[in-house]
Design a protein around this ligand. Structure first.
Ligand code: SAM
Ligand code: SF4
Length: 456
């Protein structure tokens, strides 16, 4: 028995009686008070088929997104270091029984790839590796992190390295923490044990190892952790309830909930024959994002380039706070063409970072490359204490403006520079606090004169 009580989650799902409109309205009111929802409450939202209720769910999610995070959208790039892997996960192109040649980047290749990413304008990376104690040892990863932080290109550098690696020991998490990582991310893939055990072979096949990885990370002092489920493997409604249960477990046990939740949907991948047994429609996908936003208001939500641009754009309004952009899922994939075989899965948004920046600005969002919080030690509880009263916006808003200005100065196309400068003017006028507005204006001037990395 773990903190994911599958019987209880299934019992909630079996109650198919449609909830009365008054019950849904009550839950949405609670959502607007930013109190979060229990799995039982979230299920009433999942279970309503009423069109007006559907609209009210979306409106509530947008309200929460705006109240806590404002209009900023943080960009990052996944950075695949190695596709060696000893596990055979049925859904993944890196599965061990894929006999295509493997690739592990050398330190020189890592520095070269990081140069490409910095030149695009990226400041945040998410490291991705298969699990392989020999080829992808912890020492390799630690050396890679040092190499990444050491690169300077033009006026830019990578300022935050997040890590998505297989569940590991408290000792290894401590080593990662000592290298200055941002978030440690690991997806449960599916919280349904029977499905989990059927589709994983190798060390990852231990459901418990995956489920308790975050406990070990917290024990090692990492207090920014990212959860996720791979949607398509099992009933999405179950996964949503389980994600909420996991988030609540972390909050109750460690006093701080997850920093992020990711919502990857299954994508086709080379040599992967498995088809998702529970494909998630676009409508359900949009609904689940809105419901998670209401259920865990203080948790950032991440969408990747697995999703088509038009879906991503809707989710930016209803709950997503971070998006990957200009991704490659192949080690060494930036700056050159790579073979389909070396990719983990296929992408659905292949636009450049600049094209995505233009598109989101045209929709009224401020692209942000901010990495300030963890560098100012606003992680874990310190972050939540600011997020809960809605104060985190006081930092996010000016920091998004400052990092956008750096992007416009150093990386942007003429089109995005023109739109971006207008956006900065508008965003500045929306800073309510006159002192912060004045300090932001001063820092903008300093950036125009060549200074970098100014933040609140
Ligand atoms: N090897 C580590 C692990 O499994 O936790 C690192 C993460 S892996 C590179 C990143 C994530 O990609 C996996 O956790 C999985 O959810 C996702 N993924 C794998 N195959 C996928 C596919 N075909 N479509 C979409 N996402 C996929
Ligand atoms: Fe390996 Fe991770 Fe892919 Fe599984 S999901 S095969 S562990 S890289």
């Amino acid at each position: 028995m773990t903190f994911i009580d599958e019987n209880n989650l299934h019992a909630i799902l079996e109650n198919t009686a449609k909830p009365p409109a008054s019950a849904v309205a009550g839950i949405l009111e609670k959502g607007r008070r930013l109190e979060g929802l229990s799995p039982e409450e979230a299920f009433l939202l999942i279970n309503t088929a009423d069109q007006d209720a559907g609209k009210a769910i979306v409106e509530t999610a947008s309200y929460i997104k705006n109240a806590i995070y404002g209009d900023r959208l943080v960009f990052f790039a996944p950075f695949y270091l190695s596709n060696y892997c000893v596990n055979d996960c049925d859904y993944c192109g890196f599965h061990a029984s894929n006999k295509s040649p493997r690739k592990k980047l050398t330190m020189d290749e890592i520095r070269e790839q990081v140069g490409f990413l910095i030149d695009m304008g990226h400041k945040r990376l998410l490291l991705e590796l298969g699990e392989d104690p020999d080829n992808n040892s912890i020492d390799y990863l630690l050396e890679a992190i040092d190499a990444i932080y050491s690169v300077k290109s033009g006026k830019g550098e990578i300022r935050r390295v997040n890590v998505n690696i297989a569940a590991t020991t408290v000792g290894n998490y401590k080593l990662l923490k000592s290298k200055g990582i941002g978030t440690y991310q690991l997806f449960q893939e599916t919280y349904h044990r029977e499905t989990y055990e059927a589709i994983h072979k190798g060390p990852k096949s231990s459901y418990e190892r995956q489920l308790y990885a975050m406990n070990n990370a917290f024990e090692a002092g990492i207090d920014d952790v990212g959860l996720g489920a791979l949607f398509g493997l099992y009933d999405w409604r179950f996964e949503v309830l389980a994600l909420i249960a996991h988030a609540r477990f972390l909050a109750n046990t460690f006093g701080v909930g997850p920093h992020t939740i990711s919502v990857p949907r299954f994508r086709p991948a080379s040599t992967v024959e498995m088809l998702p047994t529970h494909p998630v429609s676009d409508d359900d996908f949009l609904k689940l994002i809105a419901i998670l936003r209401i259920a865990v208001p203080y948790t950032g939500m991440i969408i990747t380039t697995r999703e088509r641009p038009e879906i991503r754009e809707i989710t930016f309004r209803t709950g997503i706070t971070q998006a990957s952009a200009a991704s490659s899922t192949a080690p060494g994939g930036f700056g050159k063409k790579h073979s389909k075989e070396s990719q983990q899965f296929e992408l659905a948004d292949k636009r450049s970072l600049d094209e995505i920046a233009v598109s989101v600005m045209n929709q009224g969002f401020t692209p942000s490359f901010c990495t300030a919080c963890y560098r100012k030690s606003r992680t874990g509880n310190a972050f939540m204490d600011l997020a809960k009263p809605g104060d985190i916006k006081e930092f996010c808003q000016p920091n998004s403006i400052l990092t956008l200005m750096e992007y416009l100065e150093d990386n942007a196309s003429l089109e995005s520079r023109t739109i971006g400068l207008d956006m900065i003017k508008k965003s500045l006028s929306e800073i309510d606090n006159a002192i912060i507005r004045k300090r932001t204006e001063e820092r903008l001037e300093r950036i125009k004169h060549g200074e970098r990395d100014l933040y609140f």
